[in-house]
Design a protein around this ligand. Structure first.
Ligand code: GYE
Length: 306
């Protein structure tokens, strides 16, 4: 028979898709979980993943993206460390006809044709959840509540938006006062250092709002070193809900955590597949997430993946 000659030709889809991913860095537990999710799901999907770590520097990310353009990858994805300054390199990718997918953090480019979609959380909403919980807790206060804020990386979407969302929710109560606000760059070390300075400068801190768990965890070390009880002497709110943060919450050291889901890998691989297949995709894909009190954290902890 002629069975040997009628074997199906290799379908076009069998060509391995190459994805270039320019990651922010390895600044937090959230980032570690996010990187693992992207690497694991690229592997599961059978993509050839080129991965780079920008160590929280925009110039490194731009360099990595330019390398991916030169290498003619099929799709470029990245999590922009800061919001501004991407138009030139995004235009270069567009001219090279390489689709770009934003994950996790947004850019402020006016020309939205520079990227196919943005997959990630609504950070303003996260800030609002934090602010709402605090406003509720202190709704009957007759005294001033002194809040210190540890901001994320300066100029990053989550720092800008978590600050704005929080401010929006607490402004209706003039007793809720942000007395100091500084960047801790989303790291434990910086969170600790800045909290130490806050404690030195202000004897009467009631609340800490940290833009991520890692900075809250660093701050907790500083608070304990100052002889104070985190979660009691100072109410602590943070964002992410990674394992270490949830553990501190279960121990009552963090009072409230707003969840930010780092497991974006599967959604990203789906979007890459769709873009390569020429399918229409949503311009904005929002991640679903919740909130945790200490009690909730205790219950949820055994089943957390990250
Ligand atoms: O909250 C923080 C990380 O961009 C959502 O970056 C991400 C943030 C996350 O360093 O822990």
């Amino acid at each position: 028979g002629n069975t040997a000659t009628t074997a199906p030709a290799t379908p076009a889809a069998a060509k391995k898709i190459t994805l270039g991913f320019a990651q922010v860095g390895a600044e937090s537990g959230w980032r570690t979980a996010n990187t693992k999710s992207i690497q694991d799901s690229a592997k599961d999907t059978g993509f050839d993943l080129k991965f780079s770590d920008a160590q929280q520097k925009q110039e490194n990310q731009i360099k990595a993206i330019r390398t991916y353009i030169q290498q003619k990858v099929d799709v470029i994805a990245f999590s922009p460390v800061v919001e501004s300054g991407w138009d030139t390199v995004l235009k270069e990718a567009k001219d090279a006809k390489i689709p770009v997918i934003l994950t996790d953090r947004a850019v402020d480019s006016k020309d939205t044709s520079l990227y196919a979609t943005f997959i990630g959380s609504d950070f303003v909403e996260e800030g609002k959840k934090a602010g709402k919980w605090l406003a509720d807790k202190y709704k009957d206060t007759k005294e001033d509540v002194n809040i210190v804020e540890l901001q994320g990386t300066t100029g990053s979407a989550p720092a800008n938006d978590r600050k704005a969302g929080f401010a929006e929710e607490i402004k209706s109560n003039s007793h809720l006062k942000v007395i100091a606000s500084q960047t801790g760059d989303f790291t434990r070390a910086k969170g600790k250092e800045v909290m130490q300075a806050f404690l030195k400068a202000h004897k009467d801190i009631d609340v800490l709002y940290a833009h991520n768990d890692d900075m809250a965890l660093g701050a907790i070390q500083a608070i304990e070193a100052a002889g104070l009880k985190p979660g009691q002497d100072i109410t602590i709110i943070s964002v992410d809900a990674v394992k270490d943060g949830m553990t501190a919450a279960a121990e009552g050291k963090i009072n409230f955590i707003v969840e930010c889901n780092p497991l974006l890998g599967p959604q990203l691989m789906q979007a890459v597949n769709d873009v390569v297949a020429g399918k229409q995709i949503e311009k904005r894909i929002v991640t679903k997430e919740g909130v945790f009190t200490s009690e909730d954290a205790k219950k949820a902890l055994p089943d957390r993946q990250y």
